[in-house]
Design a protein around this ligand. Structure first.
Ligand code: NDP
Ligand code: 8X3
Length: 282
């Protein structure tokens, strides 16, 4: 009788230990889990980055303007075990961005990777003929939006002594091309902002990467040609463009490289593209 009594106490203690052990393992797993905030995560390169970072065990903060798409993505990621938070706002709107970042609580405040991806081009007009309102949208999104997010997120990284800003620049930032004047200027600004930030962070462990893709087949050209899909498809005719996943691979490598390694800049293009204006098509 006494033996059964001791045995059940021992069993209880063992199960208790197992319970506490599993709670601790979960606690340390959560502590280790890093968080990536991706702007413009509802399409193309941003969406591919979300998939890649989720697969690598990151928790996700997804920004975008398409609420329905954000919710669909959140459900899909959570059903496969990725903690996901959505922040629906337009990166051009400073107040909305400030409110969104201020609303973050608990572990969500500790953003490890900021992927400044939201961006666009509209039109292929000459600099003396285009629409000032469309150019304003490009300047406000590609430069002001990126700068706003950087200003809001990077101080926390500096305080915590870790973090990484990954900016989506472009081959377009290296040299202007016909019909690209304003877009090219925005991406040249992304290069200057990335280089400047890297200089300002040189005495910290926080890293800055500027990824400069050539042709990547996403919704980008559809937006450039104001919804004309045939014109957008023609951009990639006769060559194999990059995919959003190709760019996400680079972003993920940069984010997970050893602490001593800072991938400052990556120019990446399809094999049959040589510069912003020279490519070979079959
Ligand atoms: P997509 O059009 O497929 O995706 C752009 C994303 O940015 C969408 O989710 C879009 O959301 C979002 N976005 C646009 N404006 C805003 C805004 N004001 N606030 C929040 N989100 C916004 O294009 P890509 O994935 O190709 O482009 C991503 C980045 O990569 C851009 O910065 C682009 O300049 C850069 N890039 C792209 C290249 C390419 O060839 N595709 C090459 C080089 C660089 P919504 O649907 O609401 O507009
Ligand atoms: C996108 C690439 O060549 O359209 O930034 O400028 S390109």
């Amino acid at each position: 009788m006494l033996q059964i009594y001791y045995k059940s106490i021992a069993n209880g203690l063992i199960w208790g230990e197992i319970f506490w052990l599993s709670l601790n393992i979960q606690y340390f797993k959560d502590m280790e889990r890093k968080t990536a905030l991706i702007t413009g995560a509802t399409s193309g390169i941003g969406e591919a980055c979300a998939r890649k970072f989720a697969a690598g065990g990151y928790s996700l903060i997804l920004n975008g303007r398409n609420l329905e798409k954000l919710e669909t993505m959140k459900k899909a990621f959570e059903s496969s075990g990725t903690d996901t938070l959505t922040l629906a706002f337009d990166v051009r709107e400073r107040d909305a961005a400030e409110k969104a970042i201020a609303s973050l609580e608990g572990k969500w405040k500790d953003i490890d990777v900021l992927v400044n991806n939201a961006g666009l081009v509209i039109g292929v007009d000459k600099e003396f003929e285009g629409d000032l309102d469309e150019w304003r949208i490009m300047l406000d999104t590609n430069i002001w939006g990126l700068l706003t997010m950087t200003r809001l997120v990077v101080p926390g990284m500096v305080r915590r002594g870790k973090g990484h800003i990954i900016n989506l620049g472009s081959i377009a930032g290296d040299a202007a091309y016909p019909g690209g004047s304003v877009y090219c200027a925005t991406k040249a600004a992304v290069k200057a902002l990335s280089d400047g930030l890297r200089i300002d962070l040189v005495d910290t462990p926080v890293k800055v990467t500027n990824i400069k893709p050539g042709m990547v087949e996403t919704n980008f050209s559809v937006v450039r040609f104001r919804g004309d899909r045939a014109k957008a498809d023609a951009v990639y005719k006769g060559l194999e463009p990059l995919t959003g996943d190709d760019i996400a691979d680079v972003a993920y490598y940069a984010a997970t490289a050893p602490g001593r390694v800072q991938i400052a800049e990556v120019l990446i293009m399809p094999t049959n593209q040589a510069t912003g204006t020279i490519s070979y098509r079959k």
